[in-house]
Design a protein around this ligand. Structure first.
Ligand code: SAM
Length: 232
């Protein structure tokens, strides 16, 4: 996927919400928001790959004082998120409460460098777009945007369990990667656990919640030790 012109997700954006509801009902939104009540109210939250703004809306409702920095490679998704927040009449978009930045965190992450450190990083159904070195690089870059005691909320499909127990997961993953590979150019082919990358940056898992019989998972991480912004 490239951010030079159109992001692959621009094409999917108009139907993303409809497909999500047809395939999963309210389960993805339940996963995105499952642990919000456990998060310490942040001052600045960086939401990466936000999509059409449903999580940002829920976060703004819960923490109206929090400055939201919304990053996505897709201009279309960003515009949908901006409009959604504006419709609420709650966000002074590109003003005090919400900032919208088009950044490809994999191929052209320079836009992240100028960001003030955030005390909450949020990755809703986006890290599953990356695998191997790409996943490591993206986590490294985002960890660089985090304050020494930051929290990190990660909602995603759970990595597949081994053997027969993971069969249903693997079938879902295969269908989703086939769809997003063909339509949005997602190169990853399996859901990888980002835990080791987060741990390298001083994050420890504080709590987890599984939904849909283990298909979906939300993890809340936090940096407990005093870690300065770590090198990439
Ligand atoms: C599968 S969608 C998830 C959307 C939404 N967060 C959700 O919970 O449904 C992945 C989102 O991440 C964005 N994305 C994918 N790769 C990206 C990249 N390299 N840099 C920034 N955003 C990216 C896409 O534009 C899209 O909005």
């Amino acid at each position: 996927m490239s951010c030079d012109d159109r992001s692959g997700f621009d094409r999917v954006a108009p139907v993303y919400g409809i497909l999500e509801r047809l395939a999963f009902g309210g389960a993805l939104q339940a996963t995105r928001t499952a642990l919000l009540s456990e998060v310490r109210p942040p001052q600045r939250a960086l939401i990466v790959g936000e999509g059409e703004g449903r999580l940002a809306e829920a976060m703004h409702e819960r923490w109206p004082e929090t400055r939201l920095v919304i990053v996505d490679a897709s201009a279309v998704q960003l515009e949908r998120a901006r409009r959604r927040l504006a419709r609420r009449g709650s966000a002074r978009c590109d003003g005090a409460e919400a900032q919208f930045l088009r950044v490809d965190v994999l191929h052209a992450p320079e836009g992240l460098c100028a960001l003030e450190p955030c005390d909450l990083i949020v990755t809703p159904f986006v890290l599953d777009c990356f695998s191997g070195d790409s996943l490591r690089d993206v986590v490294d870059r985002l960890a660089h945007c985090a304050t020494p005691r930051a929290q990190w909320l990660h909602a995603d499909f759970a990595p597949a369990r081994a053997g027969l127990r993971g069969l249903r997961q693997r079938l879902w993953h295969r269908s989703l990667y086939a769809f997003f590979g063909a339509t949005a150019g997602v190169a990853a082919r399996k859901v990888e656990d980002p835990a080791s990358h987060l741990e390298r940056h001083g994050f420890q898992r504080r709590c987890s919640k599984h939904l849909r019989a283990g298909l979906l998972v939300t993890n809340l991480w936090e940096r407990r030790e005093s870690v300065s912004r770590m090198g990439s």
